[in-house]
Design a protein around this ligand. Structure first.
Ligand SMILES: Nc1ncnc2c1ncn2[C@@H]1O[C@H](COP(=O)(O)OP(=O)(O)OP(=O)(O)O)[C@@H](O)[C@H]1O
Ligand SMILES: [Mg+2]
Length: 476
Protein backbone atom coordinates (compact mmCIF):
# COMPACT_ATOMS: atom_id res chain seq x y z
CA UNK A 1 0.00 0.00 0.00
CA UNK A 2 1.52 3.27 -0.98
CA UNK A 3 -0.79 5.92 0.42
CA UNK A 4 -3.36 6.77 -2.15
CA UNK A 5 -2.58 4.39 -5.03
CA UNK A 6 -4.93 1.44 -5.26
CA UNK A 7 -2.86 -1.66 -4.59
CA UNK A 8 -5.09 -4.22 -6.10
CA UNK A 9 -6.86 -4.30 -9.44
CA UNK A 10 -4.65 -1.77 -11.25
CA UNK A 11 -6.17 -1.00 -14.63
CA UNK A 12 -4.20 -1.21 -17.91
CA UNK A 13 -5.07 -0.22 -21.45
CA UNK A 14 -5.55 -3.32 -23.66
CA UNK A 15 -3.68 -1.51 -26.46
CA UNK A 16 -0.47 -1.26 -24.46
CA UNK A 17 1.19 -4.50 -25.81
CA UNK A 18 0.49 -3.39 -29.39
CA UNK A 19 1.88 0.08 -28.73
CA UNK A 20 5.01 -1.50 -27.17
CA UNK A 21 5.60 -3.76 -30.19
CA UNK A 22 5.09 -0.90 -32.68
CA UNK A 23 7.40 1.30 -30.65
CA UNK A 24 10.10 -1.42 -30.60
CA UNK A 25 9.81 -1.90 -34.37
CA UNK A 26 10.05 1.86 -34.91
CA UNK A 27 13.19 2.07 -32.76
CA UNK A 28 14.73 -0.85 -34.61
CA UNK A 29 14.03 0.70 -38.01
CA UNK A 30 15.38 4.13 -37.02
CA UNK A 31 18.39 2.61 -35.24
CA UNK A 32 19.29 0.33 -38.15
CA UNK A 33 18.60 2.47 -41.20
CA UNK A 34 18.97 6.11 -40.11
CA UNK A 35 22.49 7.33 -39.35
CA UNK A 36 21.39 9.84 -36.67
CA UNK A 37 24.56 9.72 -34.63
CA UNK A 38 22.66 9.47 -31.34
CA UNK A 39 21.94 6.50 -29.07
CA UNK A 40 18.41 5.82 -30.39
CA UNK A 41 18.52 2.32 -28.85
CA UNK A 42 18.29 3.95 -25.39
CA UNK A 43 14.57 4.34 -26.17
CA UNK A 44 14.17 0.55 -25.78
CA UNK A 45 14.03 1.44 -22.05
CA UNK A 46 10.49 2.67 -22.65
CA UNK A 47 9.55 -0.66 -24.26
CA UNK A 48 10.90 -2.56 -21.24
CA UNK A 49 8.98 -0.31 -18.85
CA UNK A 50 5.80 -0.80 -20.88
CA UNK A 51 6.32 -4.56 -20.77
CA UNK A 52 6.59 -4.30 -16.99
CA UNK A 53 2.98 -3.12 -17.00
CA UNK A 54 1.50 -6.19 -18.67
CA UNK A 55 4.03 -9.03 -18.44
CA UNK A 56 5.23 -11.18 -15.56
CA UNK A 57 8.89 -11.48 -14.50
CA UNK A 58 10.01 -13.91 -17.20
CA UNK A 59 8.20 -11.93 -19.88
CA UNK A 60 9.95 -8.72 -18.83
CA UNK A 61 13.29 -10.55 -18.83
CA UNK A 62 12.67 -11.89 -22.33
CA UNK A 63 11.67 -8.41 -23.61
CA UNK A 64 14.85 -6.96 -22.01
CA UNK A 65 17.04 -9.58 -23.71
CA UNK A 66 15.19 -9.09 -27.00
CA UNK A 67 15.83 -5.34 -26.85
CA UNK A 68 19.52 -5.98 -26.19
CA UNK A 69 19.60 -8.36 -29.14
CA UNK A 70 17.83 -5.85 -31.44
CA UNK A 71 20.29 -3.15 -30.40
CA UNK A 72 23.22 -5.47 -31.19
CA UNK A 73 21.67 -6.48 -34.51
CA UNK A 74 21.14 -2.82 -35.56
CA UNK A 75 24.73 -2.04 -34.66
CA UNK A 76 26.09 -4.98 -36.67
CA UNK A 77 23.84 -4.15 -39.65
CA UNK A 78 24.81 -0.48 -39.68
CA UNK A 79 28.41 -0.42 -38.47
CA UNK A 80 29.73 -3.99 -38.83
CA UNK A 81 32.65 -4.71 -36.54
CA UNK A 82 33.92 -1.14 -36.14
CA UNK A 83 34.85 0.39 -32.80
CA UNK A 84 34.46 4.17 -33.21
CA UNK A 85 32.36 6.61 -31.08
CA UNK A 86 29.24 4.77 -32.27
CA UNK A 87 30.52 1.75 -30.36
CA UNK A 88 30.48 3.81 -27.13
CA UNK A 89 26.87 4.86 -27.90
CA UNK A 90 26.09 1.19 -28.46
CA UNK A 91 27.57 0.26 -25.08
CA UNK A 92 25.63 3.11 -23.32
CA UNK A 93 22.40 1.83 -24.89
CA UNK A 94 23.11 -1.74 -23.77
CA UNK A 95 23.83 -0.54 -20.23
CA UNK A 96 20.67 1.59 -20.14
CA UNK A 97 18.47 -1.29 -21.35
CA UNK A 98 20.14 -3.71 -18.93
CA UNK A 99 19.66 -1.41 -15.94
CA UNK A 100 16.06 -0.64 -16.92
CA UNK A 101 15.27 -4.35 -17.19
CA UNK A 102 16.79 -4.93 -13.78
CA UNK A 103 14.74 -2.07 -12.25
CA UNK A 104 11.56 -3.22 -13.97
CA UNK A 105 12.06 -6.67 -12.44
CA UNK A 106 12.60 -5.08 -8.99
CA UNK A 107 9.45 -2.99 -9.32
CA UNK A 108 7.59 -6.13 -10.39
CA UNK A 109 8.66 -8.12 -7.35
CA UNK A 110 7.77 -5.26 -4.97
CA UNK A 111 4.43 -4.94 -6.72
CA UNK A 112 3.89 -8.69 -6.47
CA UNK A 113 4.67 -8.56 -2.75
CA UNK A 114 2.22 -5.72 -2.24
CA UNK A 115 -0.42 -7.56 -4.26
CA UNK A 116 0.19 -10.65 -2.17
CA UNK A 117 -0.21 -8.63 1.02
CA UNK A 118 -3.31 -7.00 -0.35
CA UNK A 119 -4.82 -10.35 -1.25
CA UNK A 120 -4.02 -11.56 2.27
CA UNK A 121 -5.91 -8.56 3.62
CA UNK A 122 -8.65 -9.50 1.22
CA UNK A 123 -9.10 -13.06 2.41
CA UNK A 124 -9.28 -12.30 6.15
CA UNK A 125 -12.80 -12.34 7.48
CA UNK A 126 -12.27 -9.04 9.26
CA UNK A 127 -13.55 -5.93 7.58
CA UNK A 128 -10.47 -3.89 6.74
CA UNK A 129 -9.96 -0.66 4.95
CA UNK A 130 -7.22 1.86 4.51
CA UNK A 131 -7.88 5.56 4.56
CA UNK A 132 -5.66 8.58 4.30
CA UNK A 133 -5.49 11.29 6.91
CA UNK A 134 -8.48 13.06 5.38
CA UNK A 135 -10.40 9.82 5.98
CA UNK A 136 -10.73 9.11 2.27
CA UNK A 137 -10.90 5.36 1.69
CA UNK A 138 -8.08 4.04 -0.52
CA UNK A 139 -8.49 0.31 0.02
CA UNK A 140 -11.54 -1.74 0.98
CA UNK A 141 -11.25 -5.50 1.46
CA UNK A 142 -13.73 -8.27 0.82
CA UNK A 143 -14.54 -8.52 4.55
CA UNK A 144 -15.59 -4.85 4.45
CA UNK A 145 -17.72 -5.51 1.37
CA UNK A 146 -19.44 -8.36 3.19
CA UNK A 147 -19.94 -6.54 6.49
CA UNK A 148 -21.05 -3.17 5.15
CA UNK A 149 -22.54 -4.04 1.77
CA UNK A 150 -20.69 -1.54 -0.43
CA UNK A 151 -18.50 -3.03 -3.20
CA UNK A 152 -14.92 -1.79 -3.39
CA UNK A 153 -15.52 0.51 -6.38
CA UNK A 154 -18.25 2.36 -4.48
CA UNK A 155 -16.39 2.62 -1.19
CA UNK A 156 -12.96 3.71 -2.45
CA UNK A 157 -12.51 7.51 -2.48
CA UNK A 158 -15.48 8.07 -0.12
CA UNK A 159 -14.97 9.64 3.33
CA UNK A 160 -15.14 6.61 5.62
CA UNK A 161 -16.97 8.24 8.54
CA UNK A 162 -19.60 9.74 6.24
CA UNK A 163 -20.13 6.49 4.37
CA UNK A 164 -20.46 4.43 7.56
CA UNK A 165 -22.10 7.17 9.64
CA UNK A 166 -19.61 6.34 12.41
CA UNK A 167 -20.63 6.97 16.01
CA UNK A 168 -17.48 7.46 18.08
CA UNK A 169 -17.10 6.78 21.81
CA UNK A 170 -14.93 9.93 22.09
CA UNK A 171 -14.55 13.11 20.04
CA UNK A 172 -12.72 12.24 16.80
CA UNK A 173 -9.97 14.80 17.52
CA UNK A 174 -9.16 12.97 20.80
CA UNK A 175 -9.01 9.62 19.01
CA UNK A 176 -6.73 11.05 16.32
CA UNK A 177 -4.48 12.59 18.97
CA UNK A 178 -4.07 9.15 20.61
CA UNK A 179 -3.50 7.61 17.19
CA UNK A 180 -0.68 10.02 16.32
CA UNK A 181 0.88 9.59 19.78
CA UNK A 182 0.73 5.77 20.03
CA UNK A 183 0.43 4.80 16.35
CA UNK A 184 -2.66 2.78 17.28
CA UNK A 185 -6.14 3.09 18.74
CA UNK A 186 -8.71 0.52 19.83
CA UNK A 187 -12.32 1.01 20.73
CA UNK A 188 -15.93 0.27 19.90
CA UNK A 189 -17.70 2.08 17.09
CA UNK A 190 -21.21 2.01 15.76
CA UNK A 191 -21.46 1.88 11.96
CA UNK A 192 -24.46 1.93 9.67
CA UNK A 193 -24.44 -0.62 6.87
CA UNK A 194 -25.61 0.02 3.35
CA UNK A 195 -29.01 -1.50 4.21
CA UNK A 196 -29.39 0.96 7.09
CA UNK A 197 -28.82 -1.59 9.86
CA UNK A 198 -26.53 -0.45 12.66
CA UNK A 199 -23.63 -2.68 13.70
CA UNK A 200 -21.33 -2.39 16.67
CA UNK A 201 -17.71 -3.15 15.79
CA UNK A 202 -14.55 -3.65 17.79
CA UNK A 203 -12.26 -1.36 15.85
CA UNK A 204 -8.45 -1.31 15.68
CA UNK A 205 -6.67 1.50 13.91
CA UNK A 206 -2.99 1.59 13.11
CA UNK A 207 -0.96 4.27 11.44
CA UNK A 208 1.19 3.58 8.43
CA UNK A 209 4.21 5.84 8.17
CA UNK A 210 6.52 6.69 5.34
CA UNK A 211 9.91 7.91 6.58
CA UNK A 212 8.27 8.85 9.88
CA UNK A 213 5.45 10.79 8.23
CA UNK A 214 1.96 9.35 8.87
CA UNK A 215 0.39 8.62 5.51
CA UNK A 216 -2.47 6.22 6.04
CA UNK A 217 -4.64 4.49 8.64
CA UNK A 218 -5.44 0.79 8.49
CA UNK A 219 -8.79 0.19 10.19
CA UNK A 220 -9.79 -3.37 11.11
CA UNK A 221 -13.33 -3.92 12.30
CA UNK A 222 -14.92 -6.97 13.91
CA UNK A 223 -18.67 -7.19 14.15
CA UNK A 224 -19.55 -7.59 17.84
CA UNK A 225 -23.23 -6.69 17.55
CA UNK A 226 -24.44 -10.16 18.53
CA UNK A 227 -22.03 -10.32 21.43
CA UNK A 228 -23.25 -6.92 22.67
CA UNK A 229 -26.87 -8.04 22.47
CA UNK A 230 -25.99 -11.25 24.35
CA UNK A 231 -24.11 -9.25 26.97
CA UNK A 232 -27.03 -6.89 27.43
CA UNK A 233 -29.37 -9.88 27.79
CA UNK A 234 -27.03 -11.52 30.33
CA UNK A 235 -26.84 -8.27 32.27
CA UNK A 236 -30.61 -8.00 32.26
CA UNK A 237 -30.95 -11.64 33.38
CA UNK A 238 -28.48 -10.99 36.17
CA UNK A 239 -30.35 -7.88 37.29
CA UNK A 240 -33.63 -9.82 37.24
CA UNK A 241 -32.08 -12.64 39.25
CA UNK A 242 -30.65 -10.19 41.76
CA UNK A 243 -34.09 -8.64 42.14
CA UNK A 244 -35.77 -12.02 42.63
CA UNK A 245 -33.16 -12.87 45.23
CA UNK A 246 -33.77 -9.54 46.98
CA UNK A 247 -37.48 -10.12 47.07
CA UNK A 248 -36.88 -13.66 48.39
CA UNK A 249 -34.65 -12.27 51.14
CA UNK A 250 -37.30 -9.69 51.97
CA UNK A 251 -39.81 -12.53 52.12
CA UNK A 252 -37.61 -14.32 54.62
CA UNK A 253 -37.43 -11.11 56.61
CA UNK A 254 -41.18 -10.53 56.59
CA UNK A 255 -41.67 -11.36 60.26
CA UNK A 256 -38.86 -9.08 61.37
CA UNK A 257 -39.90 -6.29 59.02
CA UNK A 258 -43.51 -6.55 60.22
CA UNK A 259 -42.16 -6.11 63.71
CA UNK A 260 -40.16 -3.10 62.54
CA UNK A 261 -43.30 -1.48 61.13
CA UNK A 262 -45.43 -2.55 64.07
CA UNK A 263 -43.24 -0.87 66.64
CA UNK A 264 -43.84 2.72 65.52
CA UNK A 265 -47.51 1.92 64.83
CA UNK A 266 -47.98 0.58 68.38
CA UNK A 267 -46.17 3.63 69.72
CA UNK A 268 -48.46 5.87 67.66
CA UNK A 269 -51.54 4.18 69.14
CA UNK A 270 -50.17 4.66 72.66
CA UNK A 271 -49.41 8.30 71.93
CA UNK A 272 -52.87 8.82 70.45
CA UNK A 273 -54.46 7.41 73.61
CA UNK A 274 -52.27 9.67 75.71
CA UNK A 275 -53.23 12.74 73.70
CA UNK A 276 -56.94 11.85 74.08
CA UNK A 277 -56.46 11.62 77.81
CA UNK A 278 -54.81 15.07 77.90
CA UNK A 279 -57.61 16.50 75.81
CA UNK A 280 -60.22 14.85 78.11
CA UNK A 281 -58.94 16.74 81.15
CA UNK A 282 -60.92 19.67 82.50
CA UNK A 283 -59.52 22.07 81.31
CA UNK A 284 -57.81 20.20 78.42
CA UNK A 285 -53.98 20.04 78.65
CA UNK A 286 -53.38 21.34 75.14
CA UNK A 287 -49.58 21.60 75.52
CA UNK A 288 -49.21 17.94 76.57
CA UNK A 289 -51.67 16.82 73.91
CA UNK A 290 -49.60 18.67 71.29
CA UNK A 291 -46.41 16.85 72.40
CA UNK A 292 -48.15 13.46 72.19
CA UNK A 293 -49.48 14.29 68.71
CA UNK A 294 -46.00 15.31 67.60
CA UNK A 295 -44.81 11.88 68.74
CA UNK A 296 -47.55 10.27 66.67
CA UNK A 297 -46.32 12.13 63.60
CA UNK A 298 -42.72 11.05 64.30
CA UNK A 299 -43.83 7.40 64.71
CA UNK A 300 -45.85 7.49 61.52
CA UNK A 301 -42.83 8.85 59.66
CA UNK A 302 -40.69 6.04 61.06
CA UNK A 303 -43.17 3.41 59.89
CA UNK A 304 -43.44 4.96 56.44
CA UNK A 305 -39.63 5.12 56.15
CA UNK A 306 -39.42 1.36 56.74
CA UNK A 307 -42.07 0.76 54.09
CA UNK A 308 -40.24 3.09 51.71
CA UNK A 309 -36.98 1.15 52.17
CA UNK A 310 -38.72 -2.13 51.44
CA UNK A 311 -40.39 -0.62 48.41
CA UNK A 312 -37.04 0.66 47.14
CA UNK A 313 -35.51 -2.79 47.42
CA UNK A 314 -38.45 -4.61 45.88
CA UNK A 315 -39.79 -2.30 43.17
CA UNK A 316 -36.46 -1.20 41.82
CA UNK A 317 -35.78 -1.80 38.12
CA UNK A 318 -32.70 -0.60 36.21
CA UNK A 319 -29.33 -0.21 37.93
CA UNK A 320 -28.07 3.37 38.00
CA UNK A 321 -24.84 4.96 39.15
CA UNK A 322 -24.88 7.90 41.52
CA UNK A 323 -22.24 9.26 43.89
CA UNK A 324 -23.15 7.88 47.30
CA UNK A 325 -21.94 7.62 50.85
CA UNK A 326 -21.30 3.95 51.58
CA UNK A 327 -21.82 4.44 55.33
CA UNK A 328 -25.29 5.88 54.73
CA UNK A 329 -26.15 2.91 52.52
CA UNK A 330 -24.89 0.47 55.19
CA UNK A 331 -26.80 2.30 57.95
CA UNK A 332 -30.01 2.26 56.01
CA UNK A 333 -29.66 -1.47 55.33
CA UNK A 334 -28.99 -2.25 58.97
CA UNK A 335 -32.20 -0.45 59.93
CA UNK A 336 -34.07 -3.08 57.96
CA UNK A 337 -32.07 -5.95 59.43
CA UNK A 338 -32.07 -4.73 63.03
CA UNK A 339 -35.06 -6.74 64.23
CA UNK A 340 -33.91 -9.87 62.42
CA UNK A 341 -30.47 -9.62 64.02
CA UNK A 342 -32.07 -9.08 67.44
CA UNK A 343 -34.26 -12.11 66.88
CA UNK A 344 -31.16 -14.16 66.09
CA UNK A 345 -29.41 -12.69 69.13
CA UNK A 346 -26.67 -11.16 67.02
CA UNK A 347 -25.06 -7.98 68.29
CA UNK A 348 -23.70 -5.48 65.81
CA UNK A 349 -20.41 -3.66 66.15
CA UNK A 350 -20.08 -0.81 63.66
CA UNK A 351 -16.66 0.58 62.82
CA UNK A 352 -17.52 2.93 59.99
CA UNK A 353 -14.81 5.49 59.31
CA UNK A 354 -16.26 9.02 59.24
CA UNK A 355 -16.05 11.39 56.26
CA UNK A 356 -15.28 8.75 53.67
CA UNK A 357 -15.14 9.93 50.06
CA UNK A 358 -18.14 8.99 47.96
CA UNK A 359 -18.22 6.10 45.57
CA UNK A 360 -20.07 5.88 42.28
CA UNK A 361 -22.60 3.12 42.59
CA UNK A 362 -26.08 1.76 42.59
CA UNK A 363 -27.47 2.17 46.09
CA UNK A 364 -29.94 -0.69 45.93
CA UNK A 365 -27.43 -3.16 44.51
CA UNK A 366 -24.81 -2.29 47.11
CA UNK A 367 -27.39 -2.55 49.86
CA UNK A 368 -28.21 -5.99 48.55
CA UNK A 369 -24.54 -6.95 48.91
CA UNK A 370 -24.56 -5.77 52.53
CA UNK A 371 -27.82 -7.62 53.25
CA UNK A 372 -26.44 -10.86 51.78
CA UNK A 373 -23.17 -10.66 53.68
CA UNK A 374 -24.84 -9.73 56.97
CA UNK A 375 -27.43 -12.50 56.62
CA UNK A 376 -24.71 -15.04 55.78
CA UNK A 377 -22.73 -13.89 58.84
CA UNK A 378 -25.78 -14.20 61.08
CA UNK A 379 -26.61 -17.61 59.63
CA UNK A 380 -23.02 -18.80 60.18
CA UNK A 381 -23.43 -17.91 63.88
CA UNK A 382 -26.84 -19.54 64.28
CA UNK A 383 -25.39 -22.60 66.00
CA UNK A 384 -22.85 -20.71 68.10
CA UNK A 385 -23.81 -20.77 71.76
CA UNK A 386 -20.48 -20.71 73.58
CA UNK A 387 -19.57 -17.10 72.69
CA UNK A 388 -21.39 -13.85 71.99
CA UNK A 389 -22.70 -13.75 68.43
CA UNK A 390 -21.04 -10.58 67.31
CA UNK A 391 -21.05 -9.23 63.79
CA UNK A 392 -18.57 -6.47 63.05
CA UNK A 393 -19.02 -4.21 60.04
CA UNK A 394 -16.22 -1.85 59.15
CA UNK A 395 -15.51 0.64 56.40
CA UNK A 396 -12.35 2.57 55.70
CA UNK A 397 -10.18 4.11 53.04
CA UNK A 398 -7.85 1.62 51.41
CA UNK A 399 -4.91 2.37 49.08
CA UNK A 400 -5.98 6.05 48.73
CA UNK A 401 -8.45 5.42 45.94
CA UNK A 402 -10.49 2.50 47.24
CA UNK A 403 -12.99 2.00 50.02
CA UNK A 404 -12.90 -1.28 51.86
CA UNK A 405 -15.93 -2.70 53.62
CA UNK A 406 -15.57 -5.80 55.77
CA UNK A 407 -18.16 -7.97 57.45
CA UNK A 408 -16.71 -10.19 60.13
CA UNK A 409 -18.53 -12.89 62.08
CA UNK A 410 -17.57 -15.38 64.78
CA UNK A 411 -19.50 -18.24 63.23
CA UNK A 412 -18.50 -21.69 62.03
CA UNK A 413 -16.09 -20.35 59.40
CA UNK A 414 -15.96 -21.26 55.72
CA UNK A 415 -16.19 -24.98 55.15
CA UNK A 416 -12.98 -26.19 53.44
CA UNK A 417 -15.15 -28.23 51.07
CA UNK A 418 -16.69 -25.04 49.67
CA UNK A 419 -13.72 -22.71 50.00
CA UNK A 420 -12.73 -22.62 46.34
CA UNK A 421 -16.27 -22.55 44.95
CA UNK A 422 -17.76 -20.16 47.46
CA UNK A 423 -18.72 -17.59 44.84
CA UNK A 424 -20.04 -20.07 42.29
CA UNK A 425 -23.79 -20.29 41.72
CA UNK A 426 -25.82 -22.87 43.66
CA UNK A 427 -23.07 -23.66 46.17
CA UNK A 428 -24.75 -23.86 49.53
CA UNK A 429 -24.33 -25.67 52.81
CA UNK A 430 -27.72 -24.60 54.06
CA UNK A 431 -30.99 -26.43 53.99
CA UNK A 432 -33.27 -24.27 51.88
CA UNK A 433 -30.30 -22.15 50.75
CA UNK A 434 -30.18 -21.21 47.09
CA UNK A 435 -26.46 -20.59 46.92
CA UNK A 436 -27.08 -17.41 44.95
CA UNK A 437 -26.22 -14.80 47.59
CA UNK A 438 -22.46 -14.71 47.08
CA UNK A 439 -22.41 -15.00 43.26
CA UNK A 440 -24.82 -12.08 43.09
CA UNK A 441 -22.64 -10.08 45.50
CA UNK A 442 -19.59 -10.82 43.40
CA UNK A 443 -21.14 -9.80 40.12
CA UNK A 444 -22.48 -6.59 41.66
CA UNK A 445 -19.11 -5.65 43.18
CA UNK A 446 -17.22 -6.48 40.00
CA UNK A 447 -19.67 -4.46 37.94
CA UNK A 448 -18.68 -1.58 40.24
CA UNK A 449 -14.99 -2.24 39.40
CA UNK A 450 -14.40 -3.59 42.89
CA UNK A 451 -13.27 -6.90 44.33
CA UNK A 452 -14.93 -9.25 46.82
CA UNK A 453 -13.14 -11.98 48.73
CA UNK A 454 -13.41 -14.06 51.89
CA UNK A 455 -11.02 -15.40 54.48
CA UNK A 456 -11.40 -17.41 57.64
CA UNK A 457 -10.47 -15.60 60.85
CA UNK A 458 -7.62 -16.86 63.00
CA UNK A 459 -9.93 -17.78 65.88
CA UNK A 460 -13.58 -18.07 64.90
CA UNK A 461 -15.67 -17.28 61.90
CA UNK A 462 -15.02 -15.65 58.57
CA UNK A 463 -14.50 -12.18 57.11
CA UNK A 464 -15.95 -11.08 53.79
CA UNK A 465 -14.51 -7.89 52.36
CA UNK A 466 -15.06 -5.85 49.28
CA UNK A 467 -13.42 -2.81 47.74
CA UNK A 468 -15.00 -0.08 45.66
CA UNK A 469 -13.14 2.66 43.78
CA UNK A 470 -13.57 6.15 45.17
CA UNK A 471 -15.57 8.47 42.96
CA UNK A 472 -13.30 11.28 41.77
CA UNK A 473 -16.05 13.61 40.61
CA UNK A 474 -18.32 14.89 43.37
CA UNK A 475 -16.22 13.29 46.13
CA UNK A 476 -16.27 15.28 49.31
N1 LIG B 1 -20.02 -15.87 56.77
C1 LIG B 1 -19.92 -17.14 56.36
N2 LIG B 1 -19.31 -18.06 57.15
C2 LIG B 1 -19.21 -19.33 56.73
N3 LIG B 1 -19.64 -19.81 55.54
C3 LIG B 1 -20.24 -18.93 54.72
C4 LIG B 1 -20.42 -17.57 55.08
N4 LIG B 1 -21.02 -16.95 54.06
C5 LIG B 1 -21.25 -17.88 53.12
N5 LIG B 1 -20.79 -19.06 53.52
C6 LIG B 1 -20.85 -20.33 52.77
O1 LIG B 1 -21.06 -20.03 51.39
C7 LIG B 1 -22.22 -20.69 50.93
C8 LIG B 1 -22.84 -19.87 49.85
O2 LIG B 1 -23.38 -18.66 50.33
P1 LIG B 1 -24.48 -17.92 49.54
O3 LIG B 1 -24.85 -16.67 50.23
O4 LIG B 1 -24.03 -17.81 48.12
O5 LIG B 1 -25.67 -18.93 49.52
P2 LIG B 1 -26.57 -19.37 50.71
O6 LIG B 1 -26.43 -18.38 51.82
O7 LIG B 1 -26.24 -20.79 51.03
O8 LIG B 1 -27.98 -19.28 50.07
P3 LIG B 1 -28.76 -17.95 49.63
O9 LIG B 1 -28.82 -18.01 48.15
O10 LIG B 1 -30.09 -18.09 50.25
O11 LIG B 1 -27.99 -16.78 50.12
C9 LIG B 1 -23.08 -20.86 52.14
O12 LIG B 1 -24.01 -21.89 52.01
C10 LIG B 1 -22.04 -21.14 53.20
O13 LIG B 1 -21.65 -22.49 53.17
MG1 LIG C 1 -26.59 -16.27 51.53
Amino acid sequence: MNGGTPIAGESMSPLLPLVAVLFAVAIFVVDTFTPLGIAVAVLYMVVVLMAGRFLKRTGVLIVGIACLALTAMSYLLQHGETYGPEFVRFLVSLAAIGITTFLALRIQSTGALLREQASLLDITHDAMFVRDFNDTITFWNRGAEQLYGWPREEAVSKISHDLLRTVFPLPLQDIKATLIKDDRWEGELVHTRRDGVQVTVASRWSVQRDAGRPIAILETNNDVTERKVAEAKAEQAQADLARVSRVTTLGELTASIAHEVNQPLAAAVTNAETSLRWLGREPPELGEARIAIEHIIRDAHRASEVIQRIRNLAVYSDPERTPLDINEAIDETLHLLQSELQRQRVSLRLELAPKLPRILGDRVQLQQVVINLVMNGAEAMAKVDDRPRELRIGSHLHDHDQLLVDVQDVGVGIDAAHADRLFAAFVTSKQGGMGMGLPICKSIIEAHDGRLWATNNDDHGATFQFTLPVCRKGAH
